[in-house]
Design a protein around this ligand. Sequence first.
Ligand SMILES: [Zn+2]
Length: 485
Amino acid sequence: MDPTAPSSQETEPNVNAPAPRLPISGPFEFLRPSVEVGPQGTRVSLPYRITSAEGPLELTEVVQLPVPATVSDELLAAVRVLHLFAGVSYYKAVAPTALVVPRLSQAERAAVTALYDSGLREFAYRNGFDVPLPVELVEDAGDLSPVHHLAAGVEAGGSTGAPSGALVPVGGGKDSALVASLVPDGRLFSVNPVGAQVHLAEALGRPLLAVTRTLAPELRHLVAAGVPNGHVPVTAITSAVAVLTAVAVGAADVVMGIERSADEPSLVTPDGVPVNHQYSKSSEAERLLQAAFEPTGVRWFSLLRPLTELAIGAAVAARGLGADIVSCNRVFTVWNETTASRTQKACGECAKCLFTALMLAPGSEPEAIATQYGSALLDRTDHVDGVRELWSDEKPFDCVGERHESAAAVSLLADLPGWSHQEVISTLRDEARRVLAADRLEAGRFLEIGPVDDLPAEYRQRVADLRADVAAVVASVGGPDRGSR
Ligand SMILES: [Zn+2]
């Protein structure tokens, strides 16, 4: 997915909440969450408290599941993890300050510390705060076990029997399209789906389970008044919503589409501190989140960790999924409407659009990319600098892959008759090859699929089988029949 699109999974309705008065301050306190099961679904309220000029200010996020859930220990465990993770969206308004939390398990403490520091480093860096961002946990909030309530006449529904099957979070982009295709019986799931996600589900011919996540309305007032704002580790939050939904519908697994490339930091500060836009998609975060989710009984993991973005792009193109995806974060903008968000089409200008086009190109005809993006993105002189930035020391703060794989894509395309004369490719060919040569890397290496042994046994073969899809693209690079494709 990008189940990871910034701001995307944070919709805020037109609620006329009064504007809180500045200044605001910490500590940032976690209050007791609640779960209400009604005939139409399950409403989960996640309250937090800070202090404004008028006194204590409560901020409550609401997550609405479309099914009446059975309240079980696993469900309450999932609510607890979601509460801990979702707080990051509000905490950033008063960060850094003490976090007043309930007594945490070791796994929770590790995950929370990571998300509230590493997950917020782009926010901190761009707002001029020191990184790492200090995390002070005060574990004396008392018992915050969720209050739960079953509406009269409602029969707790949801799951019966042992959990089975998988939930596949769908962001509408290439990664989740590939996971959905690899898990054909998986139930597609989105948080606040927009047109791009609905379209992908329709193209795949499968229903989409939609969960609503509503930010506390006061947050928008605070941001408008000028409190620090920025990127949050949204993959962790979306994952926690997915795990909660999996418990509610009786799914055993949540299968993510997170690739190897997410481990590379966007930049490293002069003091040596990594700042990664995609921290919550890193393999370090995957291990921490997995441990935190354990009490929920749901197996949460990424199916695409053995793949680079370039390999994913090749597999997506080989499977004919390219035309139905939108890997552009501007389609998810909710507070400031853009053409991309109105039309639900890729903007064709942002770093992520350029990057995705590069990843799809080696397995695609130039006309297909031009149709999808509204212009031949890689044949425009005004896109040369944008592509060059993908291997610069400060990568764009967006979901873009490894520096070397962007260079590898340009190098591979320079050998393809259909692509070699496009402006971006011919201009940057030598530079891209120098970037690879400096670290003695071969472009073709980025199409290799790594070991699948870390995946659950029943999923390994289907990922290993992607090697055939990708090999077809490799074979076509400079191959004799390439011109006839
Ligand atoms: Zn875009």
